[in-house]
Design a protein around this ligand. Structure first.
Ligand code: DGP
Length: 114
């Protein structure tokens, strides 16, 4: 989608440090990391928020979770622990309106989140 920075990253028009990609999903390092491991897992398909996902996106959403699991293993945070975050709308902290799963690891996380 025009004007969407994550669409531009997926299209390689904007540079990023890619950790994983396949025909459906791209994962890249967050430009402003909040933990030693901070990867964003995004679908190639432009879905603005989780509220916009539909039944046909079910497998894609599941795939994002499994890519997170694979990267957590590869980046050696699977056993120590990691957090997956999917902010939906501004009140939850969403600032880029192309759905993305944050994979955070490599430090201790507290609950409740801020
Ligand atoms: P959220 O607040 O949940 O919408 O998270 C958006 C994240 O995207 C935020 O942690 C910073 C990251 N981000 C924004 N623009 C860019 C960019 O151009 N490149 C990369 N690598 N990350 C970005």
């Amino acid at each position: 989608m025009e004007g969407c920075v994550f669409c531009r990253i997926v299209a390689k028009e904007v540079q990023s440090k890619i950790a994983y990609e396949d025909e459906e999903v791209v994962a890249f390092h967050d430009v402003n990391p909040q933990a030693p491991v901070h990867i964003l897992i995004v679908p190639r398909k432009h879905i603005p928020t989780l509220n916009d996902a539909v039944d046909e996106d079910q497998a894609l959403l599941g795939k994002m979770m499994l890519v997170a699991q694979k990267l957590a293993r590869e980046l050696s945070v699977a056993d120590s622990g990691y957090r997956l975050v999917l902010n939906t709308n501004r009140g939850a902290g969403q600032s880029v309106f192309h759905i993305h799963l944050h994979l955070l690891g490599g430090r201790l996380f507290h609950w409740p989140p801020g």
